[in-house]
Design a protein around this ligand. Structure first.
Ligand code: NAP
Length: 246
């Protein structure tokens, strides 16, 4: 029997967890649509792993609409991964621009992309939406309020999707990583490589492929099985702010 190829959309596919997810989903047989702002990087990854590179800025409604308009196939897997942290200011010194940008990408961006791809998700006979939260979706730390508030919101969105879509053939999984060594800290600290490296000093962090493997597993399960949430931390991390360094 000829089986139709399934389609997966990965946002934030130009680096880190998103890029690793493209690799594993392509290898698992999906047609992957790679989405992010840095088009050149997407094209390079698409050449290497397969898939189609499409520029997307999740903070722009116009960009999200133009992106969704290009997708004609059903969307069987949507990985809402685009996002990250900016700065680490305390509440009394918070940088409004940082907090607005984090809310735009991690929260509104996730909702915008999901809303725009809703028709394509409904065309799938069994879809899975994976929202990348964080250990920061359930814990807080000093200087982390802007980011943790956004990732707590990802928890709220994931749980609400499960309520609003009950009865439809759509699974919703929230994957909450602990420390993963990607460009995350470099972006957070505005390109300060020393500050970024210090986050992982003396400990063994996760790598992007560890999270991608969890995504591969979640989507490979029989379609009646919904993994609500996976909290995945390195062995060297007990809490968001409790890390052993040797
Ligand atoms: P990363 O290497 O910095 O990747 C972030 C990705 O998000 C990039 O591909 C970036 O692409 C994309 N992105 C950012 N803003 C975007 C926008 N406005 N529109 C479209 N794409 C955008 O970091 P990562 O660790 O892989 O992060 C992926 C996700 O995991 C994020 O949601 C992050 O919050 C979460 N997370 C990371 C960790 C960690 O320790 N690394 C832990 C928990 C959760 P462009 O710049 O090309 O647009």
């Amino acid at each position: 029997m000829i089986k139709q190829q399934k389609t997966a959309v990965v946002t934030g596919a130009s680096s880190g967890i998103g890029a690793a997810t493209v690799q594993v989903l392509s290898a698992a047989g999906y047609q992957v649509i790679l989405a992010a702002r840095r088009r050149e990087r997407l094209e390079k990854l698409a050449q290497e792993y397969g898939g189609i590179a499409v520029e997307l800025d999740v903070t722009s409604s116009a960009s999200v609409a133009a992106f969704a308009a290009q997708i004609e196939t059903p969307v069987d897997v949507l990985v809402n991964n685009a996002g990250g942290a900016l700065g680490k200011e305390t509440i009394v010194e918070f940088d409004e621009e940082h907090w607005l940008q984090m809310y735009q990408s991690n929260v509104l961006g996730l909702a915008r992309v999901t809303r725009a791809l809703w028709p394509q998700l409904q065309k799938s006979s069994a879809a899975t939406v994976i929202n990348i939260g964080s250990v920061a979706s359930e814990e807080t730390y000093m200087g982390g309020a802007g980011y943790t508030a956004c990732k707590h919101a990802v928890r709220a969105l994931s749980e609400t999707m499960r309520l609003e879509w009950l009865g439809q053939p759509i699974r919703i999984t929230e994957i909450d990583p602990g420390l993963v060594e990607t460009e995350f800290s470099l972006v957070r600290f505005a390109g300060d490589a020393k500050a970024a490296k210090a986050v992982y000093d003396g400990m063994t962090p996760l790598v992007a492929a560890d999270i991608a493997e969890a995504i591969r597993w979640v989507v490979s399960l029989p379609e009646h099985v919904n993994i609500d949430r996976l909290l995945i931390k390195p062995r060297d991390q007990a809490r968001v702010d409790k890390v052993v360094r040797r």
